[in-house]
Design a protein. Structure first.
Ligand code: AP5
Ligand code: MG
Length: 210
């Protein structure tokens, strides 16, 4: 059966890391709103230039912009199992996607403290080409500054400065955390303690999706 899964959690809680695992092991299509936006920024499109001003300040890109992007993406996902990583991130986005007929089978919620997030972001290395995340200490690439998955160069994301990470975390608490209750009411949430090592989280996430 095709599954629709939402990965919900603060910046740096490991959504992208677990999504790459689930897509390589179980064939889920990984749709990361952050990666889609960064691709627009990289191509310097009008949308990308507008989005960058929000992203660099740790704010959310307006709902109307991301909603339109998601509609376009969903048309490519009609007959596959997929993971939405970072969409929806507000109640209006969640209502929008429900109106479009998307009913999630599961919402995986990664719980984590700000101190852990700051520690992880301080060493994060990101692949510009495929969006994979590595860490200088906790999740080292096999070759220095080269992506294990696609061989491209690893970079430090523009929004990974400590002040911006703090603002992203605050934005998460005020705008995105309310989604937890929204989906709890629908009995869809599986909560995972995201403070654990990557492998323990992988086995718990896997168990939730079986
Ligand atoms: P986005 O790119 O989605 O950023 P985010 O949600 O802030 O999350 P991150 O990608 O930073 O973290 P992650 O949870 O994927 O963690 P990762 O696996 O990399 O969005 C960026 C921006 O785009 C937003 O701020 C906003 O402006 C905009 N945007 C996106 N979606 C939007 C929407 N719907 N509406 C409006 N605006 C939107 O892991 C982090 C690090 O920790 C890595 O180094 C990793 O190797 C390491 N790590 C992972 N797991 C572990 C572990 N268990 N133990 C130790 N280290 C670990
Ligand atoms: Mg991510």
């Amino acid at each position: 059966m095709k599954k629709k899964v939402l990965l919900l959690g603060a910046p740096g809680s490991g959504k992208g890391t677990q999504a790459k695992y689930l897509s390589s092991e179980f064939g889920y299509i990984h749709v990361s709103m952050g990666d889609l936006l960064r691709a627009e920024v990289e191509q310097k499109t009008t949308l990308g230039l507008e989005a960058k001003s929000y992203m660099d300040h740790g704010a959310l890109v307006p709902d109307i912009v991301v909603n339109n992007m998601v509609v376009k993406k969903l048309s490519e996902l009609s007959d596959v199992s997929y993971l939405l990583d970072g969409f929806p991130r507000t109640i209006p986005q969640a209502e929008f996607i429900a109106e479009k007929g998307v009913q999630f089978d599961k919402v995986i919620y990664f719980s984590i403290a700000l101190e852990t997030v700051l520690d992880r972001m301080a060493g994060r290395l990101t692949c510009k080409a495929c969006g994979a995340s590595f860490h200088a200490k906790y999740n080292q690439p096999k070759k220095d500054m080269i992506c294990d998955l696609c061989g491209e160069k690893l970079v430090i994301r523009d929004d990974d400065k400590p002040e911006t990470v703090k603002r992203r975390f605050e934005t998460y608490l005020s705008s995105t955390q309310p989604l937890l209750d929204f989906y709890k009411k629908q009995d869809l949430v599986a909560e995972i303690d995201a403070e654990q090592p990557i492998e323990s989280i992988q086995s718990q996430v896997k168990a939730q999706l079986e």
